[in-house]
Design a protein around this ligand. Structure first.
Ligand code: HEM
Length: 526
């Protein structure tokens, strides 16, 4: 009978293996960096494991923040033989992204090359080369650029209304909702429709299955991070960490997406309502003269990463922002006044209202500053260079502590307070403008050419979802305040106690006619 190895034992076994191979590696292969090259300052380290012991914490951004407040905003660290620099100040982040943008436009080797998930066919892990440039152009033109977003506006309006009706249903039945899950469901459905241009998923549950796989991928993320970090030292010994688990999710994604691809290829032109992202990519796949010859795996990997990049991040930000709003009734009141005066009370908020709702924009921006879903960014220096007067050797991993940069007291007034007003034009002084020129202080979407291409879409998702929830409902919670404790979720910074609350239709309800129809549908008294 095959031996049963439980998870703890497995982790312990991996740890012992790691230590063993690191010792070997250290003695046989590891070359110390030259001591005369003025590396950035480094906290005391231990033999072999380097600074690993300083970073063992559930909340990695907090461990990094503790290190930087003790030893400085620019540090040289080593985990086993993997060298890293840790950046925690906006001025150093500015210098790196201004002078070394191309040099740091590579995220590092993928943990398992052949996986569709974070493998070598992904856009996210692709080096800054021909494939990445080709896909970036297609993405901006057909999916995420401002003109493409205008074309897909109808999809988002329909889904926002569906989201509203779902909340209304819960409100009428006096049931509570988990805001993060509901917002993630909304963004997942929208992204699915924007990519596949189809609504038939409602019948055969494909979006739901994609969502299930995305959730499994989040659970894998911590392992993926470790596997990426340790790929270099371990591959010399033929070890690929967590390969089976990663490949299992990859295979199930492959099955689902191959089926959708084939269906899409077989659809008659009359069944298409204009071309969607899948058509665009299939055309590029068939085009013998395309600037870059993409493969089917490129298409599948790209879809997977858009599901992953665009759903949980939006869900988490929406729930953090709603939690701040519920905890600050004065913010709720000001937001509602703004929405009522711009949108009125006879229709639902729409995307086209957003430019006229500066306070809503400021609240969402502050939500992203205060609770960045991706609190830490990782890239790789491909060449050695000088930063802040120090030398950074080639192949050094760059870690930017986004969380610390956006709470850097040198750049932000009252950095540990939730103050949306700081983003209103009227409160930005000339001095702030000048300071902004020399720093890179607001980076929830990263920076430079590898910065997030979905930022505009993300703002639309979160602003319309938060706007609608404030416009149409009051929110009942258990207790007086929402508990704002953090936990490292699968991939993003999550709430330790996910926000669960009950929507109560606002009186007078801005959309009384929809409320009446819903009550009739549910056979309740109007
Ligand atoms: C609140 C929502 C979001 C946040 C906070 C966020 C944040 C980020 C961050 C920090 C990065 C890495 C940037 C860097 O290395 O400088 C990134 C990359 C990326 N994001 Fe987002 N993102 C969000 C939503 C989205 C959405 C909605 C999409 C698309 C549907 C998307 C697609 C991507 C892609 C494709 C990349 C990889 C870009 C590249 O490697 O060139 N993201 N995102």
């Amino acid at each position: 009978m095959a031996p049963v190895i439980n998870v703890d034992f497995q982790n312990c076994f991996i740890f012992i293996l790691l230590c063993f191979f690191s010792i070997l590696y250290y003695f046989l292969l590891f070359k110390k960096p030259k001591l005369d090259c003025d590396l950035p300052p480094s906290p005391p380290s231990l033999p072999i494991i380097g600074h690993l012991h300083l970073l063992i914490s559930v909340l990695i951004h907090k461990s990094f923040q503790k290190l930087s407040s003790k030893y400085g905003p620019f540090l040289y660290l080593r985990i086993f033989n993997v060298p890293m620099v840790l950046v925690s100040s906006s001025s150093i982040a500015f210098e790196i992204f201004k002078t070394q943008d191309v040099n740091v436009s590579f995220r590092g080797l993928p943990p398992v090359g052949e996986s569709l998930l974070f493998g070598s066919s992904t856009f996210l892990m692709a080096p800054h080369g021909d494939y990445w440039k080709f896909m970036k152009k297609l993405t901006v033109t057909n999916l995420l650029g401002s003109q493409a977003l205008e074309r897909s506006r109808g999809i988002r309006a329909d889904e926002l209304e569906r989201f509203y009706k779902n909340l209304l249903d819960k409100a009428i039945k006096n049931e509570s909702v988990e805001i993060g899950n509901e917002a993630m469901y909304l963004s997942n459905n929208i992204i699915f429709k924007m990519l596949m241009g189809r609504s038939s998923w409602e019948e055969d549950d494909e979006a739901e299955r994609a969502r299930g796989l995305v959730i499994e991928s989040f659970a894998l993320f911590k392992k993926l991070f470790l596997a990426t970090l340790l790929r270099r030292p371990l591959e010399k010994f033929g070890i690929s960490l967590f390969k089976e688990e990663i490949m299992s999710v990859s295979r199930r994604f492959d099955e689902l997406l191959e089926r959708i691809l084939v269906e899409h290829e077989e659809e008659k032109p009359s069944e298409h309502q204009g071309s969607d992202m899948m058509d665009v990519l299939l055309d590029a796949f068939r085009d013998e003269n395309a600037e870059y010859k993409i493969t089917r795996n490129h298409i599948k990997s790209f879809f997977i990463e858009l599901f992953i990049a665009g759903t949980d991040s939006v869900g988490q930000t929406t729930q953090w922002t709603m939690a701040e709003i519920i905890n600050n009734p004065n913010i709720l009141e000001r937001l509602r006044d703004e929405i009522d005066s711009v949108v009125g009370t006879s229709r639902l908020i729409q995307e086209t209202d957003l430019p006229n709702l500066p306070y809503l924009q400021a609240v969402v921006k502050e939500g992203l500053r205060f609770h960045p879903p991706a609190p830490v960014l990782a890239r790789t220096f491909q060449e050695g260079c000088k930063i802040g007067g120090f030398y950074v050797p080639e192949k050094t991993t760059l870690i930017v502590n986004v969380y610390a940069v956006m709470r850097d007291p040198d750049s932000w007034e009252d950095p540990n307070e939730f103050k949306p007003e700081r983003f209103l034009a009227s409160s930005i002084s000339e001095q702030d403008e000048e300071r902004r020129e020399q720093t890179l202080k607001y980076i929830p979407f990263g920076s430079g050419r590898r910065g997030c291409p979905g930022a505009n879409l993300a703002y639309i998702f979160i602003e319309t979802a938060v706007g609608m929830m404030v416009q149409c409902f009051d929110w009942k919670i258990k207790g007086d305040k929402v508990n704002m404790e953090e936990v490292a979720g699968g991939m993003n910074l999550a709430m330790a106690h996910p926000l669960k609350c009950t929507p109560v239709p606002r009186a007078p309800n801005p959309l009384a006619s929809i409320l009446q129809q819903e009550m009739l549908r549910l056979n309740l008294d109007v």
